[in-house]
Design a protein around this ligand. Structure first.
Ligand SMILES: NC(=O)C1=CN([C@@H]2O[C@H](COP(=O)(O)OP(=O)(O)OC[C@H]3O[C@@H](n4cnc5c(N)ncnc54)[C@H](OP(=O)(O)O)[C@@H]3O)[C@@H](O)[C@H]2O)C=CC1
Ligand SMILES: Nc1nc(=O)c2c([nH]1)NC[C@@H]1CN(c3ccc(C(=O)N[C@@H](CCC(=O)O)C(=O)O)cc3)C=[N+]21
Length: 292
């Protein structure tokens, strides 16, 4: 079977193009969309994310500010910083890069971000709205994945979606979004028994675990749509996903490459979300994809 590549680079360009006019309209009203990223320490995937985020924001004329904090920073310091950013009207989006070091209670930090500025959609209020199928903001990675289904006209309604991984960034919100689109959803994780028996039943398989090439051709149903979220370095320092592309290729009907799949879409959606928030902050009468 010929596997069709879901081209995230190309689709991200399309998403970014639809932002240009909206950003210009905001600027003509004296509003410059601004995103603040807080980084504590940082893993490999985070470094890639920060670099690409910057590049894209700069191209679009979205202002970004990185605040880098020592790995040993006190939780109280981080909370004070978030309070200041919450109160700053020039800031439309706040993103705290995950994972955070162990001494910091990630829940407390995420709770502290004002829901209206929570570009990742992590705040319990935003998570709750998403689960009630009335989202205020969508987490960027799952939102980006959803765009593939729309762009390539891939039906989700009634399909069996199996998600591997249940993180707050990817697995959980992805499950909610797919459920909101009338899929039948199975969420799996490290305690799941007979995982590969379940992955083989998936019409749509979404893998986000952070284990290089964990899912192979034998683990998927022929013709399945496979979304590879993973960002890992293999032993040769090469960027690889959670899916073994050599064996999944020609068995899947559609597959996202790594790089060039989900990653660029996450960034495009982050930009879009920042613009959405900037528009809402001014009660701006613009086009809003999540409220349309
Ligand atoms: N391209 C992009 O835009 C993005 C890429 N990523 C990448 O995606 C990957 C996952 O990220 P993230 O969701 O943050 O990861 P986390 O480490 O937060 O979560 C990993 C999840 O995978 C589960 N898991 C781990 N090992 C197994 C296993 N052997 N079998 C089944 N489930 C397992 C864990 O289960 P349990 O809960 O039981 O521990 C957990 O739910 C990483 O490679 C990350 O870099 C992440 C975000 C965006
Ligand atoms: N609060 C929070 N939200 C996140 O969404 C979040 C996070 N923390 N922590 C880290 C992970 C990782 N992540 C990536 C996003 C894009 C690329 C990306 O641009 N990937 C390119 C890489 C290309 C290259 O090599 O430069 C691609 O796949 O084509 C990578 C990784 C978001 N994450």
């Amino acid at each position: 079977m010929m596997t069709i590549k879901l081209d995230g680079k190309k689709l991200a360009e399309k998403v970014k193009t639809r932002l240009i006019q909206r950003i210009a309209d905001l600027k003509s009203k004296g509003i410059k969309p601004k995103l603040v990223v807080i980084l504590v320490g940082g893993d490999e995937a985070s470094k890639i994310y920060v670099r690409n985020k910057h590049r894209t924001a700069q191209k679009l004329g979205i202002e970004t500010q990185d605040i880098r904090l020592q790995r040993t920073v006190k939780e109280s310091e981080l909370l004070t910083l978030i309070k200041t950013l919450n109160a700053d009207d020039s800031v439309h989006g706040i993103l705290v890069q995950l994972p955070l070091p162990e001494q910091i209670d990630a829940k407390g930090v995420i709770n502290a971000i004002k829901p209206e500025k929570d570009v990742d959609g992590f705040n319990p209020q935003n998570v709750g709205s998403l689960f009630l199928n009335d989202p205020h903001s969508l987490p960027c990675t799952p939102a980006g994945i959803l765009q593939f289904f729309e762009e390539y006209h891939l039906p989700v309604c009634g399909k069996h979606v199996v998600i591997v991984g249940r993180s707050n960034i990817v697995g959980r919100p992805m499950a909610a979004i797919m459920l909101n689109h009338d899929a039948t959803v199975t969420i799996t994780h490290s305690k799941t028994k007979n995982l590969r028996k379940l992955t083989r039943q998936a019409d749509i398989l979404i893998v986000a675990i952070g284990k290089a090439e964990f899912i192979t051709g034998e683990d998927i149903k022929p013709g399945a749509i496979v979304i590879d979220v993973g960002m890992n370095r293999n032993e040769n320092g090469k960027l690889v996903g959670d899916v073994e592309h050599s064996s999944v290729n020609e068995r899947a009907s559609y597959l996202t490459p790594v790089p060039g799949g989900v990653g660029p879409m996450t960034i495009a959606m982050l930009m879009e979300q920042t613009v959405n928030f900037a528009e809402r902050s001014a009660d701006f009468d613009g086009k809003n994809v999540f409220n349309s």
